[in-house]
Design a protein around this ligand. Structure first.
Ligand code: ZN
Length: 546
C-alpha cells in the first residue's frame, strides 16, 4: 500500500466545518440520481435511523455513511490511477476535493462528537473486548485528532505542499537541491506547528509518527534503529563482498503476458480471492481496500526489469490478503482497514520477501516458471535463480534496495527527519548530511541530488513520520513468521508442496480479522507474546546472507 489511506490530519484531509444537518440534504440530493437498488438502500437507511435509539446505534448509522464516503474516495482515487483519460484530470481533482471536504465535515461535526461522548458512556459497562467498545475507542481517538487541527492550518499545509511538490519535481529534474530547500524549510515549520496541536509528547516527532503508526514514539523508533544500525552495516559489508551472483538472466527479454500469467497463477495459489478483488495496470503498483469484498491491486511491467511485476504483485497481494481477511462485520465502520501502515507493510513484506524470496517457495514454483520461460531459464538451476533474486548490492535508490540494505535507507531518512524537527540538522546541511550517511551506512555516494536527497517524493507532499513504517513492517514480518514457524514445524514441507493456506489462515485468524480493533503494540503482543523485536529480523538476515 502506498501513501494513500491515512492522511496527516487524522482520518482524512479536508477543511470545512459542518452544522450537522447536511446529512439529510445530501441524502435527498442524491435521491434523484439513484437507481432502484440505491433507492432501496436509502429507504433501508432511513429505517435504520428510525430504529437507532441508543447513542451507539445512532453512531453506527453515522459512521456507516462516513465510511461510505471514504470508500467512494478510494474508488475514485483508484479510477484516477487506473482508468482516467488525461482530459479528465482537472475535474477529477475537484471531484476528489469535494468528496474529501464532505467526508471531513461529517467526521468533524459537533453531532459526531456528542454521539461519541454518549456512546462512550453507554459502552462503559461492556467488556473491554466488546466490538462496540472497540469501535467507539477508535473513533474517539480519530475524532480527537481530526478536530484538533484548525481548518486554516489544513489549508496552509495544502497550499505549501502543492508548491513544494512542484518545486521538488523541478529540482529533481535539474538535480539541484537548492531549488527545493526553502519549500522543505516551510514544510518542517508546518510540521512543528502541527505537532504543537497535540498533547506534548517526549518529542514533537511523536505526533507525526502517530498518524501512521498509532502510539509509536520517537524513542521506540530510535531504539529500533539503535538495535539495527551496527549489525546491518556489518552484515552488508560482509554480504556484499561475498555474493557475486550472476543475475543477468533476470533482465533478459520476458514477454509481459507470460509474466503476468505466471504472477496471476502464483497469487491465486497464495489465496487472493478473485470474487472479492481485481488486478489492473497502473504507473506505480498499489493496493486499495474498498470494503472487504472489493480489494484491488495493480502492477506494471518494466521491460528492463521484468521480475518487478512478479515481486510487486506478491507485495500488493500481501496487502490485499490483509484487507480481504478483515472480519466483514467491520465493513462500513472505521475499523475496516489495517491496524497501521507498519502492520500493513509487514504483510506485504512477508509474502514478497520472507516467503516469495525463500527457497521452499521456489522449490514449488520454479519448475512452472522454467516451463513458461524455457529459453531464458531452461539452463538456470534453482540454486542460481535463488541466489540471483536474493543478490545483495548497496544501491543509491531506496525502492531498488534488497532486504539487507532496505532498512539502512529508511534509517537515514528517519534520522534526518528527527534532526530537522528538533533543529539538529539545518535545511542548508540536508544534502551534505544525506551524502555522509549514505557513505557511512551503505558505502556509496550519490553522484547528484536526483539520485540522493531528491529521490523520494515523500517530503515534498508533507509525509513526515511515514518512512519508519517500512522498517516496522520488515521487522514485524519476520517476528510473525517466526511465531508461525514455531507453531507449525511442517512449514518447510508445506511451502515446498505449494501449500500456503496454513500460513494465510493463521494470519487471518491471528491478525487480519481484527482490522483496526487493536492498536499495533497490543496486536503484536497478543500474537507474538512480546513487543516489536528487532532480533528475529537480524537473525533472519544473518542466517540468510552470511
Ligand atoms: Zn506496501
Amino acid at each position: 500500500m502506498d501513501a494513500a489511506g491515512q492522511g496527516q490530519y487524522g482520518a482524512a484531509a479536508g477543511a470545512i466545518d459542518d452544522c450537522g444537518s447536511c446529512n439529510l440534504k445530501l441524502r435527498t440530493g442524491s435521491w434523484k440520481l439513484t437507481s432502484t437498488l440505491s433507492f432501496q438502500f436509502l429507504v433501508s437507511s432511513f429505517r435504520l435511523y428510525d430504529r437507532a435509539v441508543t447513542a451507539i446505534e445512532q453512531l453506527d448509522v453515522l459512521l456507516a455513511e462516513i465510511t461510505d464516503l471514504r470508500y467512494a474516495i478510494s474508488l475514485v482515487g483508484w479510477d484516477e490511477r487506473v482508468n482516467l483519460p488525461p482530459g479528465g484530470v482537472a475535474t477529477r481533482g475537484a471531484m476528489l476535493a469535494t468528496l474529501r471536504s464532505i467526508e471531513h465535515a461529517k467526521f468533524t461535526a459537533d453531532r459526531l462528537g456528542r454521539l461519541i461522548e454518549q456512546a462512550t458512556a453507554e459502552a462503559a459497562t461492556l467488556d473491554a473486548d466488546d466490538p462496540a467498545r472497540r469501535k467507539i475507542a477508535v473513533v474517539a481517538r480519530d475524532f480527537g485528532k481530526a478536530t484538533r487541527v484548525p481548518g486554516a492550518f489544513v489549508a496552509a499545509h495544502a497550499e505549501a505542499v502543492s508548491a513544494a511538490h512542484q518545486a521538488w519535481r523541478e529540482a529533481r529534474e535539474a538535480s539541484d537541491f537548492s531549488r527545493f530547500a526553502s519549500h522543505l524549510e516551510r514544510i518542517v515549520d508546518l510540521k512543528r506547528e502541527y505537532a504543537g496541536f497535540f498533547k506534548a509528547g517526549e518529542h514533537p516527532y511523536d505526533a507525526l509518527l502517530d498518524d501512521f503508526e498509532p502510539a509509536a514514539t520517537t524513542a521506540d523508533v530510535q531504539q529500533m534503529f539503535d538495535a539495527l544500525r551496527h549489525r546491518q552495516v556489518a552484515l552488508l559489508k560482509n554480504a556484499a563482498g561475498r555474493h557475486h551472483a550472476d543475475d543477468s538472466f533476470l533482465r533478459a527479454p520476458y514477454a509481459e503476458q507470460e509474466m503476468l500469467g505466471f504472477a496471476i497463477e502464483v497469487i491465486t495459489k497464495l489465496g487472493f480471492d478473485w470474487h472479492r478483488g481485481r488486478q489492473d495496470k497502473s504507473t506505480h503498483p498499489f493496493a486499495v481496500g474498498i470494503s472487504t469484498g472489493d480489494v484491488r491491486i495493480t502492477t506494471r511491467f518494466v521491460e528492463h526489469h521484468p521480475f518487478e511485476l512478479l515481486f510487486s504483485m506478491l507485495h500488493e497481494t500481501g496487502h490485499a490478503l490483509y484487507e480481504q481477511g478483515i472480519d466483514a462485520r467491520w465493513n462500513r465502520t472505521p475499523l475496516a482497514g489495517g491496524a497501521s501502515l507498519g502492520v500493513h507493510e509487514s504483510q506485504s513484506r512477508l509474502w514478497e520477501n520472507v516467503i516469495g524470496r525463500s527457497r521452499p517457495f521456489w522449490v514449488h514454483f520454479y519448475p512452472q516458471l522454467q516451463r513458461r520461460f524455457a529459453a531464458q531459464l531452461g539452463h538456470i538451476s534453482l540454486d542460481q535463480f535463488y541466489r540471483a533474486i536474493n543478490k545483495v548490492e548497496p544501491s543509491l535508490i531506496r525502492v531498488e534496495a534488497d532486504e539487507v540494505t532496505y532498512n539502512l535507507h529508511v534509517m537515514l531518512r528517519v534520522e534526518m527527519e528527527i534532526g530537522m524537527m528538533n533543529g539538529a540538522i539545518a535545511i542548508a546541511e540536508v544534502e551534505a548530511c544525506w551524502n555522509d550517511r549514505m557513505r557511512d551506512y551503505l558505502g556509496v555516494m550519490p553522484s547528484d541530488a536526483a539520485h540522493g536527497v531528491l529521490q523520494d517524493m515523500h517530503w515534498s507532499v508533507g509525509l513526515f513520520g511515514y518512512f519508519a513504517t517500512y522498517t516496522i513492517g520488515n521487522l514485524l514480518s519476520v517476528q510473525l513468521w517466526r511465531t508461525f514457524q514455531a507453531e507449525h514445524p511442517s512449514w518447510e514441507r508445506d511451502l515446498s508442496a505449494g501449500e500456503f493456506a496454513g500460513l494465510r489462515d493463521w494470519l487471518r485468524e491471528r491478525l487480519h480479522r481484527h482490522g483496526k480493533a487493536y492498536q499495533p503494540k497490543e496486536l503484536v503482543a497478543r500474537i507474538t507474546g512480546k513487543g516489536l523485536d528487532p532480533e528475529p529480523y537480524l537473525t533472519y538476515l544473518e542466517q540468510k546472507y552470511s
